[in-house]
Design a protein around this ligand. Structure first.
Ligand code: MF3
Ligand code: CO
Length: 253
């Protein structure tokens, strides 16, 4: 079931999303050559705590034998998603994706940013740029009466026109009182399919895009997903609110 959020619920979504955006702003300022992925994680965790929010990824999914151990998913270079923060030191030219989810007062916000640290390859910059651009092409289609796959199609076309590929095994999602709600929001597909968009839906739209082929491999740690060809991957995500005019991005301040 796809839930429609009322004004009171949207207010709570805004607050969770504001905190995620705030954490991203702090991290953006701090990211440089020499920082460890754990130090990035700790910034996110501190901002969440300071603002009365929970780090939703930590211990997710509840009751699992192998829950995610940290506040942030931090994925470097060929890591696509769900990288585990560690003492890994970021070096010149690394492409790092930081995926943050926070919940407060029962509502969730979810956003991801990718950065090139120091001076990277032309392809690294381009990949980060196209991930972001494909999100914005996607939400142009996120209007009342359109369907979910209109977003998906716009993302895929933007990425493939740029000569890159979209990851197909993972997708965006509805979000609200749970991190993942219906509907799934794939980053590929024919237009005109899936649920019709209605005002009050909240969606996490999140292109995960690869420099080379789209294939991925799940690592033995049970979390980290890497590209099968070892090439770079970038990820960009925001939580958005469907309205009667343009979709509103809730995770940008
Ligand atoms: N942003 C990710 C998602 O949409 C967050 C999952 S991280 C996890 O699925 F650790 F909680 F799994
Ligand atoms: Co997400």
């Amino acid at each position: 079931m796809i839930t429609i959020k009322n004004e009171k619920e949207i207010k709570k979504m805004r607050e969770a999303c504001r905190i995620v955006a705030l954490a991203h702003e702090e991290i953006k300022k701090a990211i440089k050559v020499g920082i460890t992925t754990m130090e990035i994680n700790d910034i996110a965790e501190r901002v969440f705590i300071e603002n009365g929010a929970n780090a939703s990824c930590k211990g997710y999914p509840h009751g699992s034998r192998n829950p995610f151990p940290a506040a942030a998913c931090i994925s470097v270079n060929d890591e696509v998603i769900h990288g585990i923060p560690s003492n890994r030191v970021l070096k010149d030219g690394d492409l790092v994706s930081v995926d943050l989810v926070a919940d407060k007062d029962g509502f969730f916000g979810d956003a991801t940013r990718s950065y090139v640290v120091g001076r990277g390859s032309q392809n690294a910059y381009r990949l980060v740029e196209v991930a972001e651009e494909s999100f914005f092409e996607g939400i142009k289609m996120a209007t009342v009466g359109n369907r979910i796959s209109d977003i998906s199609h716009a993302i895929q076309m933007t990425v493939e026109r740029a000569g890159f590929s979209v990851v197909k095994e993972y997708q965006g999602h509805g979000i609200g009182t749970k991190m993942h709600e219906e509907p799934g929001v794939p980053n590929y597909g024919k237009p005109g399919r899936g649920a019709r968009l209605e005002a009050g839906m909240t969606l996490a739209i999140e292109p995960m895009i690869n420099e080379g082929k789209s294939g991925i491999i799940e690592q033995p740690d049970g979390w980290t997903v890497i590209t099968a060809d070892g090439k770079l991957s970038a990820h960009y995500e925001n939580t958005v609110l469907i309205t009667n005019s343009e979709a509103e991005v809730l995770t940008i301040l």
